[in-house]
Design a binder for this molecule. Structure first.
Ligand code: ZN
Length: 457
């Protein structure tokens, strides 16, 4: 009750803000692509209540304010704006996790598994947990609740589909590493042969979302160990269960709507679209980022997967009372930050921004669509003065506007994988119920925003 009251108070304030925004003519990007926001209409719509038809949730893995600023500065310039900057309502959310078996013990730096379980279930949990609470008990996720409530569902990532974010909304295991039937040692009670629901990919197939796409074919090549599909690979289990399995980007054209879609476009994660120097102690020569020449041509970009998923889910929900819920994750922002590779990191942030643009394009023609853009946790990236030595690893890039930008990574010893950081991260929204992201909230509040918007209990 308290929460609803607060949201309504914010709504009143936002109506006033929306009116003021029209009068004051807010800053409009020079390319005109932010014109919808400039009209004030999305802000007015953002304070509407009532069930939405569709929800598009975009998660930038490891995409805190510093990571967004780096990509914006490099590509659009310091005074430029990304597409994700243009959503009319924005706030921040806190991202901490808790101890395993110790829900009262706070961990100030979350991983992607606890973070995704937090927004997907509304409960804080431990780092590594996939769809289970701090004591290892399974919790219903927003994707499962949406499916049960009559929404079509989709789950799209540039990581392996069993990676933390897509896993935490569609499976329940004790540890994030329990991807396939051969990986169940840390999750023995969850294994099919022990009477459990199985590994992450076995559970994802059993759940039958309408769309599941990304990389991770390696886990689907493992063999099921017990039950109806014993001896079959998980991919065969998916095919036997009616999935159409895709391996290449060109198969995204003209998808048939009558069967669920499983896209496995790489053995592991999808390759980053950009490459460049690894940051190092003492810095690098100023340089430009380059397209990643080693990226396989048959891997889709995140925006292509997003458009294909939205198109399929929209067609499948045509004529139904309820539309769809789709989660879209750009995972490589985090991976590149772990590796102190600013160009790969920028490329994956821009690839995320393209996917957001594809979502907003759909929302423009489908006004009952709630779009939310956020991150799961912050990362190590810092933008520091040029030419000043730091104890961390640095790289200097030449931006599109011709200036130098120096990026510092110092959350781990040089050469080690950079660690996440514990800062709050941005969250932005557009469409009905978007007002709920205003102000400072917690990651777990997103579960209530999403389920409230969809009218799910
Ligand atoms: Zn990470």
């Amino acid at each position: 009750m308290m929460r609803r009251k607060r949201a309504n108070e914010r709504s009143v304030a936002l109506v006033a803000l929306a009116t003021a925004a029209v009068a004051l003519s807010p800053v409009v990007p020079s390319d005109g692509s932010g014109s919808a926001a400039a009209s004030g209409l999305p802000v007015a719509e953002a304070v509407r209540t009532g069930a939405v038809r569709n929800v598009l949730l975009f998660i930038g893995d490891g995409m805190g304010d510093s990571e967004i600023t780096l990509a914006r500065n490099y590509d659009r310039g310091a005074a430029g704006r990304l597409t994700l900057d243009r959503l009319p309502v924005s706030g921040s959310y806190t991202t901490y996790s808790v101890g395993r078996g110790a829900p009262d013990q706070v961990e100030y730096v979350t991983d992607s598994a606890a973070a995704a379980t937090g927004w997907a279930t509304g409960s804080k949990t431990y780092n590594g947990a996939i769809g289970v609470d701090a004591r290892g008990r399974p919790l219903p996720t927003v994707l499962e609740l949406a499916q049960q409530g009559g929404y079509r569902t989709g789950n799209v990532t540039t990581a392996e589909v069993f990676d933390a974010t897509p896993a935490a909304i569609s499976a329940h295991v004790l540890e994030r590493d329990c991807a396939g039937p051969d990986d169940m040692q840390p999750c023995a009670p969850n294994a099919v042969e022990n009477g459990g629901p199985g590994s992450i990919v076995e559970q994802q197939v059993a759940l039958r979302p309408d769309v599941l796409m990304g990389g991770g074919a390696e886990a689907f090549a493992q063999r099921v160990r017990a039950g109806e599909f014993a001896g079959r690979t998980v991919r065969q289990q998916a095919e036997d269960s009616g999935f159409q399995v895709l391996d290449r980007a060109d198969q995204l054209d003209g998808l048939s709507g009558d069967r669920p879609v499983l896209g496995l476009f790489a053995d592991g994660g999808l390759a980053p679209i950009w490459t460049g120097p690894v940051a190092r102690r003492g810095g690098t020569e100023p340089t430009r980022c380059a397209p990643n020449a080693e990226r396989p041509a048959d891997e889709p970009r995140l925006a292509e997967m997003t458009r294909a998923a939205v198109d399929l889910l929209d067609r499948k929900s045509a004529g139904q009372q309820r539309g769809f819920f789709l989660q879209v994750e750009s995972a490589g922002i985090d991976n590149a930050a772990h590796d102190a590779e600013p160009c790969a990191q920028i490329g994956e942030t821009l690839q995320f921004d393209e996917a957001v643009a594809a979502g907003l394009e759909f929302a423009e023609h489908n006004p009952g669509t709630l779009v939310i853009v956020t991150a799961d946790h912050a990362q190590a990236t810092q933008i520091v003065p040029n030419g000043v030595p730091t104890p961390g690893q640095t790289a200097t890039l030449i931006t599109n506007e011709g200036s130098h930008i120096t990026v510092n990574y110092a959350t781990a010893m040089p050469g080690e994988s950079q660690e996440h950081s514990g800062s709050q991260v941005p969250i932005a929204g557009q469409g009905p119920h978007a007002a709920d992201v205003d102000g400072v909230t917690d990651q777990t509040d997103l579960f209530r925003t999403l389920t409230g918007a969809m009218g799910l209990g």
